[in-house]
Design a protein. Structure first.
Lengths: 127, 382
C-alpha cells in the first residue's frame, strides 16, 4: 500500500528542535499536513480537536510522557486505531517491551536517519 | 489516720512520728532530682522547682542519709525511717503504730510549732508501754503495702534520673547544633545562595544555547534544501522545455525532406549535447546536496540527546539544592534572601510525571542500550 501523505500527522516532543527535525523529514517524505505538541497533555488536546492519521511521539516528556499518551490513545474509542510511532532516546529492552505492551505501532531510537523514519512509516501503513 | 512515718532525727537519736498529711516526700541525699545548697548556716533543699529549709541540721554539719520534705517548705534531716500502720493516738501526745516487721512502735507526734529535740519518748520505752499484738494476716497486708510503696519510690527515682539524663542530652544536642551552625554556616549558605543555583542556571543556559545553535543550523540546512529543490525543479523544467523545443523543430523541418530533417535533428542534438550533459550533472549535484541536507537531521538529533543528559544533571543539581536548603532550614541557619522556588522541585515533578518515569534512563552511551537493528529484531520477536 502506498504511503498516504495527505493524512494529518501529529509530532509530539518537548524539544522544539526535534519537532522541527521530524517535521522536516516528514515533509521530505511528502507529508504536508503536520501539527505539533510539546507533551502528552497538549497532544491529547490536539487529538480531541481534530482528526489525525499518524502520531510520532517522544517518550520522555514533562507533564505526560509518550507512554502515558500512547495508553490514553489506545484506551480512547475514537483514537485507538491511530498509528503511533515512538521516536525516543530510551533504548533499553524493557522500554521497547513496555511500549509494545501498550500498543505502539513502531519504535525508533534516536538519533535516526530519514530513511529509518521512512521505512517505519511504510511498515506501519502496510499493516 | 492510716499511715505515718517514724523517723530518727539526724544527730538527735530520737524517733518522732510524722502523720501522712505532714509529709510531702522522702528523698535519699543522693537522689538525682535533689540539689542541696547552704545560705549561711541554713541548709536548703531544691527539688522539682521547690525549696525547703532543713530545720534540724546546721549547714556546717555533714548531710543526712535521708530528708523528709514537709508541708510548708520545711524539711527534716533523718538517719532512717519506718512506715507505720494501724495508727492509734495515745493520751500523752504520742502515737502508736505497727511497722512492717510486726513490731509495735510508739513515738511522739511531730509538732511543727516546736523545736525538735526538746522532748520525746524513746521508742524502746514507748514499746514497753503497749502490749497490743497484730495478726499474721494484718502483717502480710502491711508488707504488701510497703512493697508497693517501695516500688513506687523506685519508679519515681528512676523517672527523676531519666528526666535528668534527657535534659543533659538535650543540652548536648543544643550545644552541638550551635557548634554545627558556627562551623558550616558560612560555606553552606554560600553554596545554597549562589553556587548551586548558578550551576543549575549555567546548565540551563547551555541547553538554551544548544537549542538556538541547532535552530540556526536547521535554518541553513532547510535553506540549502529548499534551494536544491528549486534548482532541481528548474533543471527539470529546462530539460523538458528543451526536449519539447527539439520535437517542435523536428516537426517543422520535416517539410524539407526526411533525410535533411534527420540531418538537422542530429546536428541540433549534437550541438545541444553539452547543455544536456550539464543539466544532468547539475541535477546529480543538487540531488547529492539534497541528500546531504537530509542526512544532517541525524547528527542534529545531538541537541535533543545532549539536552536530555543536561536536563538530568539539572534535576540532580536542583535535588541537591533542595537537600541543602532543607539542611539549612533544619539547622536554623540564617539566609536573608532565602526563598522557596516557585517552580516544582524535581521530586514533585517526578510524582507529577507518572509511573513510567522509573523506566526512563535517558540517551544511551556508545555501545550501550539497543541500536535500531536490535530494536527491530526485538519488535519482530514480540
Amino acid at each position: 500500500m502506498a504511503l498516504d501523505t495527505s493524512i494529518k500527522v501529529l509530532v509530539v516532543d518537548d524539544f522544539a528542535t526535534m519537532r522541527r527535525i521530524v517535521k522536516g523529514v516528514l515533509k521530505q517524505l511528502g507529508f504536508k499536513n503536520i501539527i505539533e505538541a510539546e507533551d502528552g497533555t497538549a497532544a491529547l488536546n490536539e487529538l480531541r480537536k481534530e482528526k489525525v492519521g499518524l502520531i510520532v511521539s517522544d517518550w520522555n516528556m514533562p507533564k505526560m510522557t509518550g507512554l502515558e499518551l500512547l495508553k490514553e490513545v489506545r484506551a480512547d474509542e475514537e483514537l485507538k486505531s491511530i498509528p503511533f510511532i515512538m521516536v525516543t532516546a530510551e533504548g533499553q529492552k524493557e522500554n521497547v517491551i513496555e511500549a509494545v505492551k501498550a500498543g505502539v505501532s513502531n519504535y525508533i531510537v534516536k538519533p535516526f536517519t530519514p530513511e529509518t523514519l521512512s521505512e517505519k512509516l511504510e511498515k506501519v501503513f502496510q499493516r | 489516720m492510716d499511715l505515718a512515718v517514724a523517723v530518727t532525727l539526724r544527730r538527735e537519736k530520737q524517733r518522732i512520728i510524722l502523720v501522712q498529711s505532714q509529709v510531702k516526700q522522702i528523698l535519699s541525699s543522693g537522689a538525682p532530682a535533689l540539689k542541696i545548697t547552704s545560705v549561711g548556716d541554713t541548709l536548703c533543699l531544691h527539688v522539682q522547682g521547690e525549696t525547703a529549709e532543713v530545720i534540724n541540721l546546721n549547714a556546717s554539719l555533714d548531710n543526712a542519709p535521708f530528708f523528709v520534705i514537709l508541708e510548708g517548705q520545711r524539711a527534716l534531716a533523718v538517719d532512717d525511717y519506718e512506715f507505720l500502720f494501724r495508727l492509734k493516738i495515745l493520751s500523752n501526745g504520742c502515737v502508736s503504730g505497727w511497722d512492717v516487721n510486726g513490731n509495735k512502735l510508739i513515738g511522739k507526734l511531730f509538732d511543727p510549732q516546736k523545736e525538735q529535740g526538746e522532748e520525746g519518748t524513746p521508742i524502746k520505752e514507748a514499746c514497753k508501754a503497749d502490749s497490743e499484738s497484730i495478726s499474721t494476716t494484718e502483717l502480710d497486708s502491711l508488707k504488701e503495702i510497703l512493697k508497693r510503696l517501695k516500688k513506687g519510690e523506685f519508679y519515681e527515682a528512676l523517672t527523676m534520673e531519666l528526666s535528668e539524663r534527657i535534659r543533659e542530652i538535650a543540652d548536648e544536642m543544643i550545644a552541638c547544633r550551635r557548634d554545627l551552625q558556627k562551623r558550616i554556616e558560612p560555606s553552606i549558605v554560600g553554596l545554597a545562595k549562589n553556587e548551586i543555583p548558578e550551576t543549575s542556571n549555567e546548565l540551563e543556559g547551555i541547553n538554551d544555547t544548544l537549542e538556538k545553535s541547532t535552530m540556526k543550523i536547521l535554518d541553513i540546512s532547510e535553506g540549502v534544501l529548499a534551494e536544491c529543490m528549486n534548482r532541481l525543479e528548474e533543471l527539470d523544467r529546462i530539460y523538458s522545455e528543451l526536449c519539447a523545443g527539439v520535437e517542435r523543430l523536428s516537426t517543422e523541418i520535416s517539410a524539407v525532406g526526411p533525410e535533411q530533417a534527420r540531418g538537422i535533428k542530429t546536428g541540433v542534438f549534437t550541438d545541444l549535447k553539452p547543455l544536456v550533459d550539464m543539466i544532468a550533472r547539475d541535477r546529480k549535484a543538487f540531488e547529492k546536496i539534497r541528500k546531504l541536507s537530509m542526512n544532517m537531521t541525524e547528527p542534529l538529533c545531538f541537541q535533543d540527546l545532549v539536552g536530555q543528559r543536561i536536563q538530568r544533571i539539572v534535576n540532580l543539581v536542583k535535588t541537591m539544592e533542595k537537600r541543602v536548603q532543607d539542611l539549612i532550614t533544619s539547622l536554623g541557619l540564617r539566609i536573608k534572601e532565602y526563598e522557596m522556588e516557585s517552580s516544582l522541585h524535581p521530586e514533585e515533578m517526578a510524582t507529577e510525571l507518572g509511573e513510567d518515569r522509573s523506566l526512563l534512563k535517558g540517551p544511551q552511551g556508545e555501545g550501550k542500550g539497543l541500536n535500531q537493528n536490535a530494536v527491530d529484531d526485538l519488535l519482530a520477536s514480540l
